[in-house]
Design a protein around this ligand. Structure first.
Ligand code: A3P
Length: 303
């Protein structure tokens, strides 16, 4: 059953966007209308930025940082949909959904926000203000699979095409937010030059306590044992999938058709094995080695 969380969207038809290059980054064309505002966004020193390539667990990290900042208070973390509590910086769909930069302007400090932008397109004020940044990276094949399903579900993405076509455009970086390879390498290379905590989706899956404690320490928060336990529980896949304030049930079917595929779809490591054929996997590995071979960034479950 739809929640009717956005009465303003009743009866609104959403057209799927085309890709538009905004300073060499392919993005949904409707983002262009606010691009100058995003570029000139004024960060504050106590802003916390979450960065991921799409489908690397950004919503998971949004929920974790909010739970940490609210000391595990479940009701406080249900005060609004996750995209209001931790807005998406570059998000812009005029007259349809709230604009990321508008939400952030109105937000009290300390603010938390997320972006999928590659490092070279982060508004320069974040570096001037020396903001803390949490990067989450997820292995390429699971990111690709998750993205393919998300393209189907989310009408704010272009048409996905067939699985074979999607694999191709992903490898070529012709998907929203561009090349996975450039994104993860760019942030990896920057991690020691700024205040960046670089995490892996696979590590959070393996040991959520260990990774949540890293995040808390990075945020300068000391948590009681019972709060840590609560945060681990509340940010688990099974709890988040039934929480409408994070599972995107707040958006109507015209925007996010979860009958096709749930936003909280599987939440696993290695689901790519259920999608790639043997020859696709070989082609992908060969291409991957060419793109990533010289990088010190290593993922598990890739090759
Ligand atoms: P799958 O499609 O593989 O299930 P993002 O929030 O960046 O769009 O990433 C979405 C992906 O993260 C989805 O992956 C989603 O299921 C997964 N995810 C979200 N919350 C999670 C959690 N608590 N534990 C594990 N995976 C989670």
């Amino acid at each position: 059953m739809e929640l009717d969380y956005h009465p303003e969207l009743r009866g609104v038809t959403v057209r799927r966007p085309q890709l538009k290059l905004l300073e060499d980054i392919p993005l949904p064309d409707f983002f262009a209308g606010n691009w100058e505002v995003v570029k000139n966004f004024q960060a504050k020193p106590d802003d916390l930025l979450i960065v991921t390539y799409p489908k690397a667990g950004s919503t998971w990290m949004q929920e974790i940082v909010d739970l940490i900042s609210q000391n595990g208070d479940v009701e406080m973390c249900k005060r609004a949909a996750v995209y209001y509590r931790v807005p998406i910086l570059e998000f812009f769909m005029e007259n349809i959904l709230p604009t990321g930069t508008d939400l952030l302007e109105k937000m009290a400090s300390p603010r938390m926000m997320k972006t999928h932008l590659p490092i070279q397109r982060i508004p320069k004020s974040f570096w001037e203000q020396d903001c803390k940044t949490i990067v989450v990276a997820r292995n390429a094949k699971d990111s690709l699979v998750s993205y393919f399903h998300f393209y189907h579900t989310c009408h704010l993405m272009p048409e996905p095409g067939t699985w074979e076509e999607f694999c191709q455009i992903f490898m070529e970086g012709k998907v929203c937010w561009g090349s996975w390879y450039d994104h993860v390498k760019g942030w990896w290379e920057a991690k020691d030059k700024h205040r960046i905590l670089f995490l892996f989706y696979e590590d959070i899956k393996e040991n959520p306590r260990r990774e949540i404690l890293k995040v808390a320490e990075f945020m300068g928060k000391v948590l009681e044992e019972d709060v840590i336990e609560k945060i681990i529980q509340l940010s688990s896949f099974n709890i988040m999938k039934d929480n409408p304030m994070v599972n995107y049930d707040t958006l109507p079917e015209s925007v996010m058709n979860q009958k096709i595929s749930r936003f909280m779809r599987k939440g696993e490591v290695g689901d790519w094995k259920n999608h790639f054929t043997v020859s696709q996997n070989e082609d992908f590995d060969e291409h991957y080695a060419r793109q990533m071979g010289h990088s010190s960034l290593k993922f598990r479950n890739v090759l």
